[in-house]
Design a protein around this ligand. Structure first.
Ligand code: MSS
Length: 367
């Protein structure tokens, strides 16, 4: 048995038993550790960094952090303290890595083998990007993208485009986007992008730029490699290029959290509460069905807990009387937009956006 990896220093405050440490920059929540309280506790929330995070010092005085705003009528630098005067909203939302579910791709794409745990439901608080635009005179004519730049230091001698975390988003994304300084009611810790983070509800993790130092409105997408040559739906066997669809919006998805199939879980015959999580991506989850026979029959699940809006997930439950035997348990969500979670994933060479219900199915033995 291999020894579990230790949490890295910047995330040492996390609850190790709830997490799978893939590497210092990739930490996943166990399927059994989401709980049934809707909001994911911070010490159980996944972490994904494309490059090592900046120094812990940047969160020592969050209000002093400076954001440079470009591509607007009155370009300027604003501190977090100044941003706090412009408005405040709180957004409950699913934060999910583009590659969550990659472990289930039969082609074994390179990248972290996330199962279900590169996701959480959290509440980010901050100022609407629209309020910031208003305060700076509005975006330049002809702008087509909003681009956020991460605050990592670029080692000298390197072409910044090769490692910089800079993501461009279509203008529709602005509507619900915020610049956030709080997560679950506390200042955003470094691990999750404090002192200031761009939050784009409904969009995959990578688009939510941590320790944002620049927000720009521009005609073109970022020249950074993370925008041009990665996070795109690259057909199998092809090279990634800018003509392929960028990984932006999240599709409808759900999975079972209990039973969880983890070692030591002993499922006794009788009444079992099958639980899980569901979200619609750009619209709310409207309905969830559960199967225990690999998709032959489906029953409607009940939602658990409050509806925190279209970007949050819903927890669901269905009670079933299970006799001893073998079961294949899966869930299938339908969004408010009417999209049904598909049986099959969309094949792509980097293993992004897996929402196949069959891939997320669990084989469970009841004794
Ligand atoms: N930002 C920055 N600045 N950097 C990095 O690295 N990453 C991404 C995002 N943002 C980054 C950023 C990713 S990729 C993700 S998922 C996210 O983030 C995560 O988050 P958390 O908080 O959980 O860690 Mo995939 O799509």
């Amino acid at each position: 048995k291999t020894q579990a990896k230790a949490l890295p220093a910047y995330a040492s405050w996390k609850h190790a038993d709830s997490l799978i440490v893939h590497s210092a920059n990739t930490i996943e929540t166990k399927r059994s550790a989401f709980g049934s309280g809707l909001i994911t506790p911070l010490d159980r929330l996944f972490v994904r960094n494309n490059v090592a995070p900046p120094s812990e010092q940047i969160v020592a005085d969050p209000d002093a952090w400076v954001l440079s705003i470009k591509g607007v009528k009155n370009p300027q630098d604003m501190t977090v303290a100044q941003l706090k005067r412009l408005g405040l909203v709180a957004v409950p939302m699913v934060l999910q890595c583009s590659g969550n579910g990659r472990a289930y791709f039969p082609e074994k794409p390179s990248g972290t083998k996330w199962t279900v745990g590169a996701a959480g439901c959290v509440v980010f608080s901050g100022v609407p990007v629209k309020a910031v635009l208003e305060a700076t005179g509005g975006m330049d004519a002809g702008a087509k993208y909003m681009t956020g730049t991460g605050g990592e230091d670029i080692p000298e001698g390197l072409d910044p485009n090769t490692i910089m975390v800079e993501r461009s988003l279509p203008l529709e994304a602005i509507d619900d986007a915020i610049l956030a300084w709080e997560i679950n009611g506390q200042p955003i810790p470094l691990a999750h992008g404090g002192p200031l983070r761009l939050i784009v509800p409904g969009y995959t993790g990578v688009n939510n730029v941590k320790y944002i130092k620049q927000l720009a409105f521009s005609k073109d997408q970022s020249a950074a490699s993370i925008q041009q040559n990665s996070y795109r739906m690259t057909p199998m066997g092809e090279k990634t290029n800018v003509n392929q669809e960028s990984v932006w919006e999240m599709p409808v998805k759900s999975w079972i959290t209990s039973p969880n199939g983890e070692p030591g879980e002993d499922l006794k015959a009788g009444l079992v509460q099958i639980q899980g999580l569901a979200f619609g991506g750009m619209s709310a989850a409207k309905e969830v069905e559960v199967t225990v026979d690999g998709g032959k029959n489906w029953v409607k699940a009940q939602f658990v807990g409050p509806d925190l809006g279209k970007y949050a997930w819903r927890q669901f439950v269905v009670g079933m009387d299970l006799k001893p035997g073998q079961y294949e348990i899966a869930s299938r969500a339908t969004s408010e937009a009417g999209t049904v979670q598909p049986e099959e994933r969309v094949a792509n060479s980097h293993g992004y956006l897996n929402n196949s219900w069959r891939d997320h199915m669990l084989a469970v033995t009841v004794v």
